[in-house]
Design a protein around this ligand. Structure first.
Ligand code: IMP
Ligand code: MG
Length: 191
């Protein structure tokens, strides 16, 4: 009993199996910078943010509050066929946009770019819909495993090493999206 009372309770947010990579404060500051950049770059343009579900929701929610322009938002959900080592790059649309993007400046908002195949495929699919421009904003960029080296990522929060990260929208088998920070799962098999 005595020992228990001096221990720090381990909760989901203080899980010792997660090593913090970026704190909530660091993320907040970086997103504010990105918002200022986007506000300048898209001034006078008809901008729509397209969030890719589910990983991008927290990033998008924070980013949009730092873009001081008249904007719209929309969402897509896609699924890519991947096995352990290879990615076919084929993406299936699970949920399409609600509104037309014709003549709009589209900013695709992603949580993380890894092989780049999801975004390559998405850009191709959206490319035929008459948008004025299509660009990509990602919170995290993991360049090492990139398969499509030609993919241009226009706005990046942080460039990270080739580690599996969770939190701030990113999941591991559906878990950890609600962590207010970004961290590395130390032992993937531990609960
Ligand atoms: P890719 O760029 O097509 O390989 O896939 C990017 C997608 O893979 C992201 O939108 C995430 O859903 C997922 N992903 C890639 N790396 C990570 C990671 O480190 N943590 C969580 N999800 C990841
Ligand atoms: Mg994703």
């Amino acid at each position: 009993m005595a020992a228990e009372s001096t221990q720090i309770a381990m909760t989901e947010f203080t899980n010792s199996n997660i090593e913090v990579m970026y704190t909530a404060e660091q993320i907040r500051e970086r997103i504010a910078e990105l918002g200022r950049e986007l506000t300048a770059d898209y001034a006078g343009k008809d901008l729509v943010l397209v969030g890719i579900l589910k990983g991008s929701v927290i990033f998008l929610a924070d980013l949009m509050r730092h873009i001081d322009l008249k904007i719209g938002i929309d969402f897509m959900a896609v699924s890519s066929y991947k096995d352990g080592t290879t990615s076919s790059g084929d993406v299936v649309i699970l949920k399409d946009l609600t509104n037309s993007i014709r003549d709009k400046h589209v900013l695709i908002v992603e949580d993380i770019v890894d092989t780049g195949l999801t975004l390559t495929s998405l850009e191709k699919m959206l490319g035929s819909r008459g948008a004025a421009s299509i660009k990509i904003a990602t919170l995290l960029d993991k360049p090492e495993p990139r398969i499509n080296k030609e993919l241009k990522v226009h706005y990046t929060g942080f460039v990270i090493p080739n580690e599996f990260v969770v939190g701030y929208g990113l999941d591991s088998a559906g878990r950890y999206r609600n962590l207010p920070f970004i961290g590395i799962v130390k032992d993937k098999d531990a609960a």
